[in-house]
Design a protein around this ligand. Structure first.
Ligand SMILES: Cc1ncc(COP(=O)(O)O)c(C=O)c1O
Length: 443
């Protein structure tokens, strides 16, 4: 006898919502999904050009190399790779993490590393062990939308500090710390993506890095440095990480292999002082026991060989061209008054439309034309960023980037035209398009 088909999810949803409402924990009321996750279903459709994700282009990885490595590790160690592993991670991966961090000038001890299920779990675990409901934490404005989801789910009081072209403004940070101190409050930590920030693309200047580390020491505040993009530099000189400036006293470091190898492996890590590491390991054990031993074995073997650096160099070349293609297309298709930056690395460009445009409305229209981006508001907790958008240039090929930007430009112009008709203004009144948009950073 064949089983009856399961009820369709969309049919059960509305009916069940009421039934479950009284069961949910209070914290679910403040949980917030990331705009990108919400759009996953739509952006997975082949007809949609997605400039929304933060996806590495995994089609650039040679399939034979992946198959050969997987074949080898499963043949030589099948019992091990199908088994549970230690919660803190396998030593073979921790040793390779030491090497990958050394490539960015950091010297660490493998014992200080906790392997996590992606960088997202690293953010989750640090927040889990440090934040009680109502505790203050500080982060960039705008900040990584996925971190906002985590911070909200632990009911943190999130204070965002404005960024400019040189990253988080230290004058505003100091003022905020003083204002908090005057009210008897102190942030549990300062979360920042200082290098090729998601979503702003900006990099914290050396001077500000030194200032941030000095402030952390003076005021005894932890800084959580999230650095998925540091090795993806397209031009300019590398800057020391906050971790290397501080030596790991007040800076907790979060890393991931997602952007330099594969997001599907789900391998990230935390480097922290021992007391924090011990709590993190307890927290991780409670959430997933351990990160996949299969993918850890793969990563452990892969990073043993120097080829990993050649692959990163390949990605740098590919993504640099895509960034340039996106900037070229924006100069051609975006309306007067739009501004954007030219990041020296990473995966994102932050663009701001004339402020009469709301990018959430624009997104609805853009999806209708088969293109997606992340609206700026998802990078803030207080509704800011309404005329901005995050655009990803790593996940799709150059011709699609150009077409995607052309379509966004088209809907933006249509919307502006509508606004002008309704208000009797015209485009001439908007500020002129910058001569060199690369110089322009509008956060
Ligand atoms: C700043 C930042 N942190 C963490 C993550 C999550 O990375 P992972 O895929 O390793 O979970 C991302 C992903 O885009 C990110 O941009």
């Amino acid at each position: 006898m064949t089983a009856p088909p399961p009820p369709r999810r969309s049919q059960t949803r509305a009916r069940d919502l009421e039934r479950y409402a009284s069961l949910f924990a209070k914290r679910t009321r403040v949980m917030r999904s990331s705009a990108m996750r919400d759009m996953m279903e739509i952006t997975a459709r082949p007809e949609i050009i997605s400039l929304a994700g933060g996806l590495p282009d995994t089609s650039t990885f040679p399939p034979e190399a992946f198959a050969a490595e997987m074949n080898r590790i499963t043949k030589t160690a099948v019992a091990e790779v199908l088994q549970y592993g230690p919660t803190e991670g396998l030593d073979i991966v921790r040793e390779q993490i030491v090497k990958v961090m050394a490539a960015e000038g950091m010297r660490i001890d493998a014992m200080d590393v906790t392997v996590t299920t992606g960088g997202q779990q690293a953010i989750d675990l640090i927040t889990k062990v440090l934040i009680d409901p109502g505790d203050v934490l500080i982060c960039d404005a705008p900040t990584y939308p996925g971190a906002i989801s985590t911070f909200c789910s632990y009911e943190a009081d999130i204070v965002q500090i404005e960024c400019d072209a040189d990253g988080m403004r230290m004058d505003l940070l100091e003022q905020t710390l003083d204002a908090l101190a005057a009210r008897g409050r102190k942030p549990k930590f300062i979360y920042s993506v200082p290098t090729f920030q998601n979503p702003g693309g900006v990099t914290l200047s050396l001077e500000r890095r030194q200032k941030l580390v000095a402030l952390a020491r003076e005021r005894e505040i932890l800084v959580v440095e999230d650095n998925p993009y540091g090795l993806l530099r397209y031009e300019g000189d590398s800057l020391p990480t906050l971790y290397s400036l501080d030596g790991g006293n007040y800076v907790v470091y979060l890393g991931t292999f997602s952007k330099i190898l594969s997001a599907g492996l789900r391998i990230g890590w935390i480097v922290s002082p021992t007391p924090i590491r011990e709590k993190v390991v307890l927290g991780k054990g409670a959430s997933d026991l351990c990160t996949s031993t299969l993918t850890q074995n793969f990563a452990g073997e892969y990073f043993k060989k120097d080829r990993w650096q050649e692959y990163v160099a390949d990605l740098v070349g590919i993504y640099r061209s895509r960034r340039d293609a996106m900037i070229g297309a924006m100069s051609e298709y975006f309306p007067h008054g739009a501004t954007w930056n030219k990041p020296e690395g990473g995966l994102f460009i932050w663009a701001t439309m004339p402020d009469v445009l709301d990018t959430s409305d624009l997104l609805a229209k853009a999806l209708g034309k088969g293109v997606a981006f992340v609206p700026g508001t998802s990078a803030y907790v207080d509704g800011r960023g309404a005329s901005s958008m995050r655009l990803n240039f790593s996940g799709v090929k150059e011709d699609e980037i150009i077409e995607g930007i052309r379509r966004i430009g088209e809907v933006a112009r249509e919307q502006l035209g509508l606004y002008e008709t309704m208000t009797n203004t015209n485009e001439m009144r908007l500020p002129p398009r910058p001569q060199d948009p690369g110089e322009e950073t509008d956060q």
